[in-house]
Design a protein around this ligand. Sequence first.
Ligand code: RIB
Ligand code: CA
Length: 316
Amino acid sequence: MNKPRIILDTDPGIDDALAILLALAEPRASLEAITVCYGNCSLDQGVLNALSILELAQADHLPIARGADRPLVQPLLLAPETHGNSGLGYAQLPSPELLPDPTPAVTLLTERILANPGEITVVAVGPLTNLALALRTEPRLLEAIKDVYIMGGAIRYDGNTTPQAEFNAYSDPHAAHIVFHSGLPITLVPLDATYQVVFTSDDLSRLQKLEVPLTRFIADATRFYMEFHDEYQQISGCVINDPLALAITYLPELVDCQELYVDIDISGGVSMGKTYADFYGLLEKKPNMQVALDVRPREFMEHFLERMEWLAGSLS
Ligand code: RIB
Ligand code: CA
């Protein structure tokens, strides 16, 4: 299988940070660029976080491009209660010396995808504003993007932002609607799958056997995230949504997908941002995505931990 060439669109965020680290630690994936969006924290903070994470991982060769600082239509919603004011929980990384790429995210996405038609996989683990804007700005992307993996939505699962809606979808439901109906080959990784993947204190203890800056970062970031999951959702550990979406690009066997017609409510009522699948074909519409509804959680977690141990040992 060819190594997926990935542009990661992200709102870094604690689990986003783990997805970036996993992409950098995984030889079967080629992370080629990062585009940043508002979401877990502000755009400005997210860009600083992405730069700091690259410096922590000694991966300062990667371009990081600034994207949207707010949704297409909805008011801006951030998640300090979940990811902390910094977006990285209790972690305190040095201010980055790296600078973001001068190219705006939409331009970077467009230029790199058009220069490599059929080659680039977009992994979107934040609100879909950047991807939606790129598709509207340059329709040729619809033929040029190889495939799209989206962490977002909740199908047969409760929302985590409203009772019905998941954070990335709810943050910009209009952007999600544009992407969902674009005709692109999409694999959706909703909360149905990601809430089966809980990073526990035992998992953290395993990583902390290596006392290095990387594991200290993971500990400080996930400690805040675990406190949130305990207080708000009575989960012992933290759900690491984004690394799962990233891993599926090179380990598709981690999940079981169903080909379904999926839509998102943009009608503006109590179910705004709710994502739903037509399991029985009632709408008589062609399926528009693969949906990961089941996962092998401990297989994924073992993979993630092994890669973090490798990365921690590889950094000087
Ligand atoms: O609902 C979980 C998703 O929203 C994750 O991607 C998390 O990082 C936030 O962006
Ligand atoms: Ca995210």
